[in-house]
Design a protein around this ligand. Structure first.
Ligand SMILES: [Zn+2]
Length: 80
């Protein structure tokens, strides 16, 4: 009888250790895809949304999707 209890105890101990090991493994394998979301900006000329890093900065706070739109907006908006 004592042998059976020992076997059960060992089984539980191994199961408990295995579960602990799985938990630490899961902790170590945290997703590394924690990238800050890219800031989007809206073209002041045509209104298209695109990543801030791909935008062209115009006068003041205005950003444009392309240099062509920056030039168009800055040459055309003077009278408006
Ligand atoms: Zn544009």
């Amino acid at each position: 009888m004592g042998k059976l209890l020992l076997m059960i105890f060992l089984g539980v101990a191994i199961w408990w250790l295995w579960r602990k090991l799985q938990a630490t493994k899961a902790d170590a394998a945290l997703p590394k895809a924690e990238r800050p979301p890219e800031l989007m900006a809206r073209c002041a000329h045509c209104g298209v949304n695109q990543p801030r890093s791909e935008c062209v900065e115009g006068a003041g706070q205005a950003v444009y999707c392309s240099d062509a739109h920056r030039r168009e907006a800055e040459s055309g908006s003077a009278g408006e």
